[in-house]
Ligand binder design. Structure first.
Ligand code: HEM
Length: 596
């Protein structure tokens, strides 16, 4: 008997799903033909002469190696084995570039940013997935996850939004957020303390889960003035579930999404939306539903903010004090701009910013915080925990705060060991290991060839400077900018570039080679007009959380084997060996947490 195909319980689905499968096959074939054709008519590309790995297959090139949860080694090997500028393959022999070279990155990010844009894939993907209005919103969400994305557009519209949003991440506003970050960090510390007390004085806890929760609560409170997760009780907010799921789900669709620029040209938005609704693919449907939940939540919060603002205005001279969260500030600035007929954000742009900021902030900081705790918990690095604890105790002696417990904004900026540990972790383990761009117009990219020893022994590279060269790159080429590769170059960081050594930040840096990063010569927050708008916010938040936790707890490792996975943003999981040599993995990073 033939098995019955079911799609979301609908009796009409089998014929539709069959039709869609055939339609998809036709699209893929058309895409392949169009790529082949454009390659035949295009002048011979110089990319062809660059070194790089062979494609794994003609159809998917190296994409399966690049967009793979276990792909971190492959990413690292590209720079180690082939140098700072590497030829890789996309679909059907499409030649792409993988870049860690400082000269090339300077060119792309600072010297000629107009020749590059965030991959059109994202714009067109959104256009493909959603109705016109939602596509706009969804796109911005998506961009911050898979690449930069303050807004859905490039050029002047992005510049305008950036101008409007940047001031709220300045030091005066950040100072006001300090107590909010402390509240979340201290609540977490109380919860961990009571858990540890149940088992005496110490207990094994999944610290990556806790970092994820405290990061979401911190950003919810500071950006939206909204509590997603009270930390002291189980949380079941649908938004929380959506944002946790979205990144891995989108990453699992990474290869399919490569086809988006082509598919997005088909028909009007309403037709493309229908196509997505009918697509018999679980991950596609989940992404659509998550986007809906996030958009709806952002709309509700915006409504509530407007009501609060109206109440503030009618209150007796703001007796309750004006809300200090970022969206309230943005909203007030926007209302002022409206009154003066100046630059402002539409409602759709405002809800888009909310989602973008939550996404940009949550997983990235959670990933970095988890990695800092993991490093500090290693037996060989535990001395750094003691040093940080001591320097915090010393700093508190100088602080005249109400409770004598919290270091203020300025005191937090004067903790050299904590600072060095955070910088070194961000350098060696950037939460976002790469971003992508596409070339808008043909350009000549300079690079310093460091491809000397074609050394297949990953990690055993010998970089040799062979002088500045250039490569002519045609419009439409996709680039991977390797944040992790650049952050580990020996030419920039010295021979111990691949080691975790916080002490390097307490000494003079060995090299004068400049990377175009916005923060401390590293690429972790990128650089230029698309750099991370929230990096000072992130550093402040992470310092407060770490200062509170390290003051109250000692962290050490368990027997578990922890592995770090790539899903655009890096996250840990536990590898378990089952009988018969089988290995399974589950999300998490258990550490032994001891109350002090
Ligand atoms: C450790 C924490 C963080 C890391 C490593 C990080 C990293 C990055 C990177 C690499 C980009 C560039 C992406 C690209 O161009 O494709 C970026 C952009 C961005 N980040 Fe962050 N980020 C962090 C925290 C935050 C926080 C806390 C916020 C907000 C509160 C934030 C908001 C943004 C926004 C809005 C953009 C897009 C900027 C634009 O396109 O103009 N990030 N971030």
């Amino acid at each position: 008997m033939k098995s019955q195909t079911r799609f979301w319980g609908s009796p009409f689905i089998p014929p539709i799903s069959m039709t869609l499968t055939s339609v998809a096959a036709v699209f893929v074939a058309l895409y392949a033909i169009s790529r082949l054709f454009s390659r035949l008519v295009a002048p011979r590309s110089q990319i062809r002469d660059l070194p790089g790995p062979p494609p794994q297959s003609w159809a998917t090139g190296n994409l399966r190696q690049l967009f793979n949860a276990k792909g971190l080694r492959f990413h690292q090997s590209l720079t180690d084995v082939y140098g700072g500028i590497v030829k890789i393959y996309g679909f059907f022999g499409d030649e792409q570039l993988y870049i860690a070279d400082p000269q090339a990155l300077q060119h792309i990010i600072l010297r000629e940013p107009d020749a590059f844009e965030e991959t059109a894939i994202f714009t067109e993907q959104a256009a493909l997935f959603l109705s016109e209005t939602d596509a706009y919103n969804f796109f911005r969400t998506n961009k911050v996850i898979f690449g930069p994305g303050l807004v859905a557009t490039t050029g002047e519209q992005h510049a305008r939004q950036r101008r409007l949003v940047t001031p709220i991440f300045g030091v005066p506003h950040l100072r006001q957020l300090v107590p909010v970050f402390y509240r979340a960090a201290e609540r977490l510390a109380d919860v961990l303390h009571s858990q540890a007390s149940i088992e005496g004085q110490s207990a094994t806890m999944d610290m990556s889960e806790w970092m994820s929760r405290v990061a979401l609560e911190s950003v919810g409170q500071t950006v939206l003035g909204y509590s997603f997760d009270p930390l002291d009780s189980p949380h079941n907010n649908p938004y929380t579930a959506a944002i946790k799921e979205l990144i891995p789900t989108l990453f699992s669709l990474a290869i399919v999404r490569e086809l988006a620029p082509f598919l997005a040209k088909i028909g009007p938005p309403s037709f493309r939306r229908k196509l997505v609704e009918w697509t018999p693919h679980n991950a596609v449907q989940r992404v659509k539903n998550m986007a809906d939940v996030m958009h709806k939540t952002a709309q509700d919060i915006l409504e509530r903010k407007r009501e609060e603002m109206a109440r503030d205005d009618t209150d007796d001279q703001g007796a309750r004090g004006k809300a200090k969260d970022i969206i309230s500030i943005l909203l007030r600035a926007n209302e002022q701009a409206k009154a003066q007929n100046a630059e402002q954000l539409s409602d759709l742009e405002l809800t888009g910013q909310m989602t973008v900021l939550i996404f940009g902030a949550q997983d990235t900081t959670a990933s970095c915080l988890s990695r800092v705790l993991y490093q500090l918990a290693q037996p060989q690095h535990r001395g750094f925990q003691d040093k940080i604890r001591r320097e915090i105790q010393m700093a508190k002696l100088d602080v005249h705060s109400e409770d004598g417990v919290r270091l203020d904004y300025d005191a937090l900026g004067k903790l050299p060991i904590l600072d060095a540990v955070l910088k070194e972790t961000l350098r060696l383990f950037p939460p976002v290991p790469f971003v992508r761009r596409s070339v808008k117009k043909e350009t000549l990219i300079p690079y310093v060839s460091q491809c000397s020893a074609l050394n297949s022994d990953v990690g055993g590279t010998q970089e040799m400077d062979m002088g500045v060269k250039t490569v002519r790159v045609p419009a439409g080429t996709i680039l991977f900018m390797s944040i992790m590769g650049a952050n580990r170059l020996e030419s920039v960081w010295g021979t111990d570039a691949k080691e975790w050594n916080p002490e390097r930040w307490l000494e003079a840096m060995p090299s004068a080679v400049k990377l175009p990063g916005v923060f401390q010569n590293m690429m972790s927050f990128l650089g230029g007009g698309r750099s991370c708008v929230g990096y000072k916010f992130a550093l402040l938040e992470m310092k407060i959380i770490l200062a509170v936790l390290i003051s109250r707890f000692a962290f050490s490792t368990t027997q578990d084997e922890i592995v770090w996975n790539l899903s655009q943003i890096i996250s840990p999981s536990i590898r378990e060996k089952m009988g018969s040599g089988l290995q399974v993995e589950r999300k998490g990073m258990p550490l032994i947490v001891e109350s002090l």
